[in-house]
Design a protein around this ligand. Sequence first.
Ligand code: C5P
Length: 243
Amino acid sequence: MTDDAHPASRGVGVVVVAAGSGSRLGAEVPKAFVPLAGRALLQWAVEPVRHLEGLASLVLAVPPGYEDPGHPAWQGGWLPASAVLVAGGAERTASVAAGLAALDAACDVVLVHDAARCLTPVAVFERVVAAVRAGADGVVPGVAVVDTVKTVDSHGFVTGTPDRASLRAVQTPQGFRRAVLDAAHASGLAATDDAALVERAGHRVLVVEGDALAFKVTTADDLARAEGLVADGLVAVPHTGRS
Ligand code: C5P
């Protein structure tokens, strides 16, 4: 049966994975709850999703314990009322799987987004959805690589120098036809991104233009860079309550 025969099953589901510890950031709270200009990274990450056309379901995979809506981390009223909270897993892949399991049935397109890419513009989300709607099984935003990249063996010796023109650094949100992503996760394999699982299952994944603002906050330097972008007015500040 086609989606066209079941218009009710057309909708975009978004899983935001936010269950990482953020140990490389050295903060006392899990990374997604570290403040950026007074608001949790997760609040910044969710902001563009609120503006996404066709949004049918939003699931946040959070550190165990934070799935309780009464947890103090949710004070401030910024959490969208329709958002579903689930406990994430020990690895990113497990957090995505937990999120997928909680998505509403009325979604034929799924986006998976890292909370750590908290300043990703809504235009990136829209490009990814449009490319899945246009027929791709999987879509990732990517940017050209400026460094020359080497592959190395276990001793650190260079084994190759891929042509830089053929390399892309990929970001999130990554988008998929829902059935494709569900099947890829059913394999039980782990990967650092969802596209890798879909590629391994034999599907073609398209790269669309990413955005420099979709960088991942991993270290204190990344957080300082994000603070600078906010201070310079280069990103829209969420209008909802402060966390
Ligand atoms: O660890 P890494 O930088 O790859 O994390 C990317 C994203 O995956 C982050 O937003 C992090 O919160 C999330 N994550 C998760 N569950 C884990 C590990 C990471 O949701 N167990």
